[in-house]
Design a protein around this ligand. Structure first.
Ligand SMILES: [Fe+2]
Length: 247
């Protein structure tokens, strides 16, 4: 697994599968690296780093859920995104996934659903991990605090809106704090399944994953308890950084 920051995950070159070599492992790796530089065209996404250990968010999110969520679910979205992009035209392959999600019309009809679902799953989760940290939570500070107050009146009002609406999502989906470039304001937006807010030209800042795979081992059917616990983990510095870059 290669570890990269979430804003820098797409510039890997596709591995050249199936090439045989009688060289030692070290020389083989060096040869493959040259192939990646010179011979391969499509970027291949890899699972981005988890910025803390599996048990770091205990007791709010348990270690087993984190491990499965990251190594199985996020890995599967990543693999399936690569598989879908391999079938796409080169002009789509050459784009960043955030650009593709913002312009799904550029993806061929028969691949659009797979790119939407798995590209959203890849992007949503790399935001989700970095939105959280051990001993997070509390009230936001800085620019994002001002933006939230401007849109919702108070942080308490925003928290109430976010919690109620996200708990109420039917089936699987995400609750998001987004930046809307049209209004130049932040807003709340719920999205179904793995569909990214980017598909509606909104910039995702803070997301709460309410798929059952995110909480069921610890919370079972008690989604409200999970969402309330999630607030104790928010990395407001990360949200502030995303907000600063979104404008
Ligand atoms: Fe998830």
């Amino acid at each position: 697994m290669r570890h990269l920051p979430d804003s820098n995950c797409i510039s890997l070159r596709r591995n050249c599968f199936g090439r045989k070599s009688s060289q030692t492992q070290g020389k083989k790796k060096e040869k493959d690296k040259r192939f990646r530089i010179h011979n391969c065209l499509m970027s291949k996404y890899e699972l981005p780093p988890l910025p803390y250990s599996y048990d770091a968010l205990e007791p709010h999110i348990d270690a087993k859920t984190m491990e499965i969520h990251y190594t199985k679910h996020h890995q599967t979205y990543t693999n399936n995104l690569n598989a879908a992009l391999e079938k796409c035209p080169q002009d789509v392959q050459n784009k960043d996934i955030t650009e593709i999600l913002s312009d799904l019309g550029s993806v061929p009809n028969d691949l659009r659903s797979a790119v939407n679902f798995n590209g959203g799953g890849f992007d949503n989760h790399r935001i989700f991990w970095n939105n959280l940290k051990p001993n997070g939570g509390g009230d936001p500070q800085g620019s994002i605090a001002e933006a939230i107050n401007n849109s919702f009146g108070t942080f308490s009002a925003f928290k109430e809106k976010f919690t109620t609406s996200t708990v109420g999502i039917q089936g699987s989906g995400w609750g998001w704090l987004v930046f809307d470039p049209k209004s130049n304001k932040v807003d709340y937006k719920s999205m179904p399944n793995q569909t990214s807010p980017r598909t509606e030209n909104l910039v995702p800042l803070l997301g709460c994953d309410v798929w059952e795979h995110a909480y069921y081992l610890k919370y079972q059917n008690k989604r409200p308890d999970y969402v309330n616990a999630w607030w104790n983990l928010i990395n407001w510095e990360d949200v502030n950084n995303r907000y600063a870059k979104s404008k």
